[in-house]
Design a protein around this ligand. Structure first.
Ligand SMILES: [Mn+2]
Length: 223
């Protein structure tokens, strides 16, 4: 086969274009939708991994809404969350279950994970605070949290639940997730930088890598 022959060159160009088009179409369908009802919470979540960071979030916990909005805005993942939980007891179930449902929706949207970059990492500075997030969409959930918070509450949100949110998200999305606050003093900044670092790292990791758009990014052939 003469690769310099004009017709062959056209055919090669067309097949590359077709591969790219298939990747774009597959990417356009990377949406997830989860409806999760228990005796403790009722949660509806929709995500679009190829969005533009449009969100509509309502959990009944103001600070959690603020954080989920940051997650969407900085990951460019469109995010709808409607959670009605047993807040008259405490915020534990609502916090945990939104983490689970968003993780499940992301996992569903990733489907067989074809073409994804897979790894992502980001530093998020916020005034005096610096936080690092590194993650692998590995199918092997693992969670490392090196963050200390000195205040018992942010708004009305119990800060001990924040670690739990990240743990629930990592577990249900099947992500190896490491978050470390390197330094900082303001608790609002520390928590917000954790969500922003997660957002930026996630944005990288779910992105379609055009150099391997039709491949599963693992030598095992599955993730
Ligand atoms: Mn803020």
């Amino acid at each position: 086969m003469d690769r310099k022959h004009p017709e062959i060159k056209t055919l090669i160009a067309l097949s590359k274009l077709a591969k790219y088009a298939i990747a774009v179409i597959a990417a356009a369908m990377r949406r997830g939708s989860i409806s999760r009802k228990t005796n403790e919470t009722s949660i509806d979540v929709e995500v679009n991994l190829d969005g533009s960071g449009v969100y509509d979030v309502s959990t009944g916990i103001g600070f959690l809404d603020h954080m989920l909005e940051q997650l969407s805005r900085h990951s460019l993942i469109d995010l709808k969350v409607k959670a009605i939980g047993d807040l008259h007891i405490d915020q534990h179930h609502t916090t945990e279950d939104t983490g689970i449902a968003i993780g499940e929706a992301v996992l569903q949207a990733l489907s067989d994970k074809r073409g994804i970059t897979r790894y992502g990492s980001a530093y998020a500075p916020m005034d005096e605070t610096l936080t690092r997030c590194a993650l692998d969409i590995s199918g092997r959930p693992y969670f490392v949290w090196k963050v200390s918070l000195g205040m018992p509450r942010l708004g009305e949100w119990d800060t001990e639940l924040i670690e739990h949110w990240f743990h629930s998200f990592a577990t249900s999305a099947g992500i190896t997730l490491h978050i470390e606050n390197l330094y900082g003093s303001n608790n609002h900044h520390i928590v917000e930088s954790c969500y922003k670092a997660l957002a930026r790292a996630l944005r990288q990791a779910v992105e379609i890598d055009p150099r391997k758009a039709d491949a599963i990014p693992s030598t095992k052939g599955t993730l």
